[in-house]
Write a protein that binds this ligand. Structure first.
Ligand code: ZN
Length: 129
């Protein structure tokens, strides 16, 4: 079993299962990011176009965090706190989604998730109040 042996749509959920979603494209565009948000979350993201990610249940459990320019929208489960996906500021036609939420995905499959240097996207000093 390897990354693209998981059948589509990919099925994802937060830790407690309140929020469920589908990704209607294969796993691609894996990346890590070092903006002030991602360096705290530390997850590896997959890439989907806006209409390729569908919340199938628990929309009411999603909360959104925005800061700074408020273009990026970071979605997380109100119950368990897991970030499921976010609308990218670098391309608001895309979502980054938390690859660790995908059913059947093994973190050990990640051999190379390139770092996208987004420190400048943060616009705020990372460790200053
Ligand atoms: Zn949850």
């Amino acid at each position: 079993m390897k990354i693209n042996d998981i059948s589509l749509p990919l099925k994802g959920k937060c830790h407690c299962g309140s929020v469920k979603f589908e990704i209607r494209t294969n796993i691609h565009g894996l990346r890590r990011c070092n903006c002030s948000m991602c360096c705290r979350k530390g997850f590896v993201m997959g890439t989907a176009l806006i209409d390729e990610l569908v919340i199938t249940s628990g929309k009411e459990f999603l909360n959104t965090y925005k800061w700074n320019t408020k273009i990026a929208e970071h979605y997380f489960c109100k119950v368990c706190g897991i970030n499921t996906h976010h609308k990218r500021r670098s391309d608001p036609n895309q979502y980054g989604y938390n690859i660790g939420c995908i059913e059947g995905f093994e973190m050990s499959w990640i051999e190379n998730a390139p770092f996208v240097d987004n420190t400048k996207m943060s616009l705020i000093d990372n460790f200053k109040d």
